[in-house]
Design a protein around this ligand. Structure first.
Ligand code: 3SL
Length: 242
């Protein structure tokens, strides 16, 4: 079985793997895991705000929260931004989350036709590797979200953690997978330090994002598998024993 790492949605080749795992550590996939673990019914992702607005009108009033981030900031007039710390049970339990972010939601759209699509972050890393080991997809793509088409350290480090944890069953299928694993092994004990060096980490620090960086660096905090149920809609997948 083989796994391939792609640093950005733009570098994903044509075709489709058996399973795609999208990573946007700062912060979309950390937020998605947190929202679903806090009891949100689903997270529906949108690349554009216009599409989010249009679809939000089709849901019963009060059933969904509209969440949007651009340039690291909450979009004015929306219920929530993209800080995972805002997705507490009292805010999101029982609600649908309609989410649009700069890069993470684009990455999800890029692989939405794969038969199985998951999202991963450090906060739910362990259960994602458990899920993959149990389902054993033949080909696995790990897709980083990057920042507007460029590589990002934090997404590649998480991709590398998945490569490392799955190394007994999956062979690296491209050089990016080997490089991601090496990056993770160098930084595994100082992930928050890595995020402080990363360009998007620095962008968030300028926006008072220090607590978000600390939260996004936590490993195995949540036992939740965000899994696409229909294109663009993620729900917490039942997992035996959880
Ligand atoms: O790019 C994205 O999808 C976001 O996660 C960016 S931010 O961390 O909310 O700024």
């Amino acid at each position: 079985m083989k796994l391939f790492v792609y640093h950005t949605p733009e570098s994903v080749p044509p075709g489709s793997p058996d399973c795609a795992i999208v990573v946007d550590i700062l912060r979309a996939t950390t937020t998605i895991a947190t929202a679903l673990a806090a009891g949100a019914e689903f997270v529906q992702v949108f690349a554009s705000l216009d599409e989010l607005e249009r679809v939000s009108n089709s849901y019963p009033i009060g059933s969904c929260l509209r969440s949007a981030e651009r340039g690291g900031k909450k979009v004015e007039g929306y219920d929530l931004g993209n800080s995972p710390l805002d997705y507490s049970p009292d805010r999101v339990k029982g609600k649908g989350i309609l989410l649009s972010t700069t890069n993470g939601t684009r990455a999800l759209q890029r692989v939405s036709q794969a038969p199985q699509v998951l999202t991963a972050a450090f906060v739910n890393l362990g259960i994602i590797t458990d899920f993959v080991r149990q389902h054993q997809p033949e080909t696995l793509w790990i897709v980083g979200s990057g920042w507007e088409g460029s590589f990002s350290l934090e997404d590649t480090a998480c991709a590398g953690a998945l490569v490392e944890q799955l190394s007994s069953t999956y062979q690296p299928g491209n050089d990016e997978a080997v490089a991601a694993q090496a990056l993770y092994l160098t930084w595994q004990d100082k992930l928050e330090g890595l995020f402080h060096q990363a360009s998007h980490g620095q962008r968030l620090l300028k926006l008072q994002g220090e607590t978000d960086l600390a939260y996004c660096a936590k490993v195995d905090l949540l036992r939740v598998v965000p899994r696409q149920q229909e294109p663009g809609i993620l729900r917490a997948s039942p997992f035996p024993g959880e």
